[in-house]
Design a protein around this ligand. Structure first.
Ligand code: HEC
Ligand code: HEC
Ligand code: HEC
Ligand code: HEC
Ligand code: HEC
Ligand code: HEC
Ligand code: HEC
Length: 392
């Protein structure tokens, strides 16, 4: 009997010892903010301490503002607007110091009002807004177009009646954010409804979205501050060109390819094809739209096919976007003396006109256009084509 009790207390003691040991090992992890993606992620707020420059500026910082709480962008918006639809319906935009509302009025009487919860788009060209209904998200009918300094009917929305029923699906977050946890409800007729898990959203494209989970990297360098060579993090410079291209194409090759799994788990080095359903035919690639399709268009260029040209040749993520002159220098590094047949070009070149205007012209998107209040015709959404070629 005594023997058994002794053995038992020994087991209890050992168990306590093991527990203390485990807890002690877990402490540094517990001290870091928990990340909804799991323990392998450190959370981007931890990076700035050691990488202040990477955190503060450049194209990467622009990605960080690709979505967020609506309140954060209010100061960039025109304070009020009205968009008249047919049959006596009008949608009014009301921007207050800390909120943004869109109100539907019918013949002058307020009918329903929606408060924006999130924005999408860095606002370089446009912002569009979403409102919460419980744990579901819907797009608001009016978007803000920075280029025009004006509110307009959201792209693809009906122009004859206000529409508040278009869901914001997690696919938007896959390209404009870092994480969104959802549960999917399926009903008859394959109707899918996505419910967002509250507290799981990480808006904006953060460091670990592009560099992969980095908790191990952070722990390693915190405990060994003298070490100058990076550990436990993928290096873009060591990836193949195809892998580097895929790391951008995951969000820059458009949205008409059916996906077989979420790209939230995509990390540098992954192959994008593994996330996509097999393509049937080449139609989509041939007719790539300028919106969000930079990688497909670039791949159609003879420059790309005949050299090692890649996104990073022109866009380095932690520097400011290049000036037109600097882009021109990239062209000249491979084309020091382009053969132009007429004197006209030489004239335009000395006038400060650059290679980009002629060989990567601005083109209207075929999938995005929008209607400003009071205008009959649609305004186009202009982007640079990434198919570098001769345009007449
Ligand atoms: C305790 C300090 C520390 C923290 C915190 C830290 N890093 Fe680092 N990191 C380093 C050191 C040291 C290097 C190697 C020197 C360098 O490249 O700056 C490095 C290098 C890197 C590199 C370059 C790899 C290469 O060579 O191409 C990336 C990318 C990176 N870190 C990402 C991150 C991210 C993302 C976070 C936040 C989740 C983070 N780091 C947090 C210390 C840190
Ligand atoms: C997680 C998705 C995602 C990844 C990965 C990503 N991007 Fe982006 N990128 C976006 C979105 C969304 C925008 C649009 C930002 C906006 O205006 O809202 C954008 C904008 C840009 C811009 C335009 C900036 C400007 O000045 O208008 C450039 C250039 C760019 N990305 C290049 C890259 C390159 C190069 C890579 C690969 C190293 C990359 N991106 C990886 C989603 C992504
Ligand atoms: C849109 C994708 C993207 C985002 C977001 C991003 N990076 Fe990077 N980062 C890259 C790429 C690609 C490179 C390789 C060099 C290049 O193209 O500029 C890089 C390079 C680096 C490097 C090494 C070289 C250098 O410029 O110092 C560090 C360190 C780094 N990133 C840290 C961070 C941190 C910290 C954050 C978050 C604040 C972050 N990155 C956000 C894509 C990204
Ligand atoms: C496959 C990736 C992808 C998906 C999915 C996607 N976007 Fe985008 N979006 C982009 C990229 C890349 C840009 C940058 C400019 C461009 O190429 O049009 C962009 C630009 C935008 C802009 C304009 C931002 C600016 O100022 O340039 C808005 C607003 C926007 N997206 C909203 C949405 C919404 C809402 C959804 C979901 C219905 C969505 N996007 C789905 C990749 C995507
Ligand atoms: C890394 C090298 C590289 C860079 C950078 C580069 N190109 Fe090219 N470019 C090529 C190669 C290789 C070809 C194909 C030549 C051939 O097949 O004879 C080409 C072809 C072209 C052509 C002929 C296209 C056609 O369809 O006939 C034009 C125009 C052109 N480049 C313009 C540009 C401009 C403008 C830039 C800058 C925006 C640029 N290139 C950047 C390598 C490059
Ligand atoms: C030969 C140079 C060059 C290469 C390579 C290149 N870009 Fe660009 N990119 C540009 C220029 C020039 C602009 C227009 C910049 C401006 O208007 O200020 C641009 C603009 C963009 C924009 C802003 C939206 C638009 O289309 O106008 C995005 C997003 C972008 N690039 C992504 C990419 C991605 C992703 C890759 C790789 C697949 C890539 N770029 C490769 C030169 C390049
Ligand atoms: C005014 C418009 C215009 C400008 C500016 C311009 N190009 Fe061209 N480029 C053309 C046209 C048009 C052609 C087709 C041949 C012709 O008619 O001269 C061409 C042909 C080319 C070719 C294919 C011929 C060859 O050399 O193999 C290359 C490469 C090229 N341009 C590169 C450039 C570069 C680099 C710049 C900037 C330094 C530039 N172009 C500026 C209009 C222009």
């Amino acid at each position: 009997m005594k023997q058994v009790r002794k053995a038992r207390s020994l087991i209890v003691l050992i168990a306590i010892g093991v527990l203390v040991f485990l807890l002690a090992r877990c402490m540094p992890e517990a001290a870091m903010a928990p990340d909804p993606r799991g323990g392998e992620y450190a959370g981007s707020q931890t990076c700035a301490a050691c990488h202040p420059q990477a955190a503060a500026s450049g194209i990467a910082a622009l990605h960080a503002h690709s979505s967020g709480k609506a309140g954060a962008v209010i100061s960039h918006l025109a304070p009020a607007a009205s968009f008249p639809f047919a049959a006596g319906d009008t949608v009014h935009v009301r921007v207050r110091a800390d909120s943004l509302m869109q109100v539907r009025e019918h013949t002058g009487r307020p009918m329903e009002s929606f408060t924006a919860g999130l924005y999408f788009g860095s606002g370089k060209r446009a912002f569009t807004f979403a409102y919460w209904q419980g744990d579901r998200l819907f797009q608001l009918p009016l978007s803000y177009f920075t280029s025009h300094g004006a509110w307009a009917n959201s792209p693809g929305f009906p122009a004859d009646q206000p529409y508040f029923g278009r869901s914001i699906v997690s696919r938007c977050f896959e390209c404009h954010a870092s994480f969104a946890g959802t549960t999917v409800e399926t009903a008859a007729g394959f109707k899918r409804t996505e419910h967002y898990s509250t507290g799981s959203l990480i808006t904006g494209i953060d460091c670990e979205r592009c560099h992969g989970p980095a908790a191990k990297h952070v722990r390693f360098h915190q405990s060994d501050p003298g070490r100058k060579r990076a550990a436990h993090i993928s290096r873009y410079s060591e990836l193949s060109r195809a892998q580097r291209l895929d790391a951008c194409a995951v969000c820059h090759s458009g949205n008409n390819q059916p996906m077989v799994r979420s790209t939230f788990s995509f990390v540098p080095g992954d192959v994008l094809k593994d996330y996509q359903a097999p393509a049937f035919g080449e139609y989509g690639a041939q007719h790539a739209d300028v919106h969000g399709k930079q990688s497909d268009l670039l791949a159609q260029s003879r420059c790309f096919q005949g050299s090692k040209l890649e996104c990073q040749s022109c866009h380095t993520m932690h520097d400011k976007p290049k000036t037109m002159r600097a882009y021109t220098q990239v062209c000249s590094s491979c084309h020091p003396q382009p053969k132009h047949s007429t004197g006209l070009h030489a004239g335009r070149l000395t006038m400060g006109k650059d290679c980009i205007d002629c060989h990567m012209p601005l083109q209207p998107s075929k999938v995005i256009s929008f209607q400003l209040a009071g205008k009959k015709t649609k305004s186009s959404y202009l982007l640079r084509t990434h198919k570098i070629a001769v345009y007449r």
